[in-house]
Design a protein around this ligand. Structure first.
Ligand SMILES: Nc1ncnc2c1ncn2[C@@H]1O[C@H](COP(=O)(O)OP(=O)(O)OP(=O)(O)O)[C@@H](O)[C@H]1O
Length: 258
């Protein structure tokens, strides 16, 4: 799994004179699930939005699929957009479209498929996301929080993405629903082989599904690696995060200690 699908080099972002990222370096490998963590306001969402070209970066280089997205023309950008799927924190579903229509948006925009074929594909994604058939007709306002996340996941999967960007997918879900979402994501990732770039605060998600974790602190990626390596990093925020009361309770219990 050594193909780099996303590479960040010396990335800088700022809003006016306020620097959010000073020197971000990170490689994301094909087929991995990488969890990006960091304190509130450390710039996780800004980083994700910058990768997606929704914020401009003030310096450095971001390459996705070997290309610098922001330098491409509109047609080339559309090609890249078809290769990624995004699940924003609030789901960002179109409130005036039902679930099926939400999933269909990208299919309609990027393909020349007939509406019958698009509907079949949308239905398949709705099932893949673990929603029942009848949810296809529901409006976003009629969905529970967990269903909304699943509908957003169905929409993110519409174009069979090679990389999925998720911003706090389990935020606001009860622990059981959050766990079910993690399991679904892991199962789909194993079955479909996509890469996942996941911004999260959820320690259970990190322990359950992430292959590697990257810690955003001091305006850069302060530590990156497998979870068992990163937890040993002496940086105070990392120690507090993993070994504070919440961190300890999320830690999986080793066999024989139950
Ligand atoms: N459009 C914007 N204009 C100005 N400042 C912004 C803008 N968007 C984000 N920021 C600032 O950038 C900083 C990083 O925000 P960001 O949302 O990336 O944090 P985060 O790490 O995702 O936080 P949280 O974990 O609380 O969601 C914050 O201080 C925020 O106020």
């Amino acid at each position: 799994m050594n193909d780099v699908i996303l590479s960040l080099r010396n990335v800088k972002t700022r809003f006016g004179s306020r620097v959010i990222h000073d020197d971000v370096n990170l490689d994301v490998y094909k087929g991995e699930i990488i969890g990006v963590i960091g304190g509130s306001g450390s710039g996780k969402t800004v980083l994700l939005r910058t990768i997606l070209g929704l914020n401009t970066h003030a310096g450095g280089k971001i390459e996705i699929f070997g290309k610098q997205y922001h330098k491409l023309n509109t047609k080339e950008k559309h090609k890249i957009e078809q290769r990624w799927g995004v699940l924003f924190q609030d789901g960002a579903l179109y409130s005036s479209l039902n679930v099926m229509e939400n999933v269909d948006v990208a299919l309609k925009e990027y393909t020349k498929l007939s509406s019958a074929t698009r509907n079949e594909i949308a239905m398949l994604k709705i099932f893949l996301a673990g929603l029942p058939a009848e949810s296809a007709e529901l409006m976003p306002s009629e969905l529970s929080g967990g269903m909304r996340k699943r509908a957003s996941l169905a929409r993110a999967l519409a174009m069979d993405p090679e990389i999925l960007f998720l911003d706090e997918p389990t935020a606001g879900l009860d622990p059981i629903t959050a766990n079910a979402f993690d399991e679904l994501l892991k199962t789909l990732q194993h079955a479909l082989g996509f890469t996942v770039f996941l911004v999260t605060h959820d320690l259970d998600t990190l322990y359950t599904i992430c292959d590697r974790v990257a810690v955003l602190a001091e305006k850069r990626i302060y530590a990156v690696g497998k979870l068992d390596e990163v937890v040993k990093n002496p940086y105070p925020w990392i120690q507090e995060y993993f070994n504070g009361p919440r961190g300890r309770s999320a830690k999986p219990v080793p066999c024989g200690e139950k």
